[in-house]
Design a protein around this ligand. Structure first.
Ligand code: PLP
Ligand code: COI
Length: 359
């Protein structure tokens, strides 16, 4: 694929963030973005790395009315010896294409997705922060942009990738978060689009998220939509329950996102000798396990959140504290194992890390 690179004058470049230790999540964007168009007659065309700027969209664009939109989230990391690394980006390309299929959007050839992203990241490498726990968050997005008001798949699409230097997703960093278990609103039903990374899922989650925040909780834990009994996932993470020597995480039944971090943790944990079960767990079982001390630790997993210890679950007006609201040993071991691979500090025996170049 030929990518046209729009020249940007040195003096047009944005000032870099001042202190990488102060970075929050997702409010600073780099100088450039990758864009590529699709139309039925031309297929994918017009690949560009251009200046980061607002788009102009027709007010009738399909995405603005019927939400034909999907996205991905992954990160570029800087190793201590100055290498630019990415973690399993081909998995994001594949998940994006599974999402595209479900929403009747054109698939993006994996090699275009990876090439566009890697060239953009390398061009923007001055933006990759180097403080511990920081990285460059990558947001590939696909929109249906044909202007029409009938409910049909769009005939035209815009794919773009933007970059944001980030610190921890949760203000607390690697410290236990408090979670609100939502028992009225639901996120997704089996057969719907809960396992697809599409904006509508997040729009539907806002009301419960806001309610949880107002009550002082970091995130919502969703239960299944049918019975409100089975644990599904957290707003931006999958969830794991740690028993003595066993990890349990809800299975991928179609209403939760198949997390790439989740899959990586399952593989790593098994290699470390833990038993891992992908099996249904009800909220009552979880509460009972926590209260009786059989569930020793709980943590969430996601690209933005990495591995986040859960310090408490609030369910039906009662708060259940996990592991004394402290980071557990297994959570810490898995966290260190994962970030050591992501930042190139440990041997990557899985072949998960792509080396793009040097900063
Ligand atoms: N579940 C939801 C709803 C998410 O938004 C995310 C984040 O992407 C995850 C789970 C974790 O997925 P991954 O590990 O691929 O980032
Ligand atoms: C991610 O972890 O990449 C996410 O997409 C979570 C969130 C910021 C929506």
């Amino acid at each position: 694929m030929d990518i046209y690179v729009e020249p940007i004058e040195e003096e047009q470049l944005k000032p870099l963030f001042t202190d990488p230790k102060q970075l929050g999540f997702g409010s600073i964007f780099t100088d450039r973005m990758f864009t590529m168009k699709y139309s039925k007659d031309k297929g994918w065309h017009d690949a560009k790395i251009e200046k980061y700027k607002p788009f102009s969209l027709d007010p009738a664009a399909c995405v603005l009315h019927y939400s034909q939109e999907i996205f991905e989230g992954l990160k570029a990391y800087l190793s201590e010896d100055g290498k630019v690394l990415m973690f399993r980006p081909e998995q994001n390309a594949r998940r994006m294409n599974r999402s595209a299929k479900r929403l009747c959007m054109p698939e993006i050839p994996e090699e275009y997705f990876l090439q566009g992203m890697k060239e953009l990241v390398l061009m923007e490498r001055r933006w990759i922060p180097d403080a511990p726990g920081t990285s460059l968050y990558i947001r590939p997005t696909l929109l249906g942009v044909e202007p029409f008001l009938g409910v049909n798949p769009s005939a035209e699409y815009l794919f773009y990738i933007i970059l944001s230097p980030v610190g921890p997703y949760f203000k607390a960093g690697f410290n236990p978060v408090s979670i609100y278990v939502e028992d009225k609103l639901v996120r997704a039903v089996v057969g719907g689009v809960g396992d697809v990374k599409t904006g509508g899922n997040y729009a539907a989650s806002l009301m419960a998220g806001l309610k949880a925040q107002e009550k002082g909780f970091s995130q919502v834990l969703w239960l299944d939509a049918k019975e409100q009994r089975y644990i599904e996932e957290v707003g931006a993470m999958n969830i794991f329950f740690v028993y003595q020597d066993k990890l349990v995480t809800p299975p991928l039944t179609g209403s939760i996102l198949p997390g790439i971090t989740r899959a990586s943790i399952i593989e790593m944990a098994r290699d470390l000798g833990y038993q891992v079960e992908e099996s249904p767990i009800t909220i009552d079982e979880a509460i009972e396990g926590i209260t009786e001390g059989r569930i020793k630790e709980v943590f969430g997993s996601g690209t933005a959140a990495v591995i986040s210890p859960v310090g408490s679950l609030y369910y039906k007006d009662k708060n259940y504290v996990v592991n004394n609201n402290e980071v557990g040993q297994i959570t810490r071991t898995l966290y260190n194992g994962l970030v050591d691979i992501q930042y190139g500090r440990a041997e990557d025996k899985y072949g998960w890390v792509h080396v793009l170049g040097r900063k």
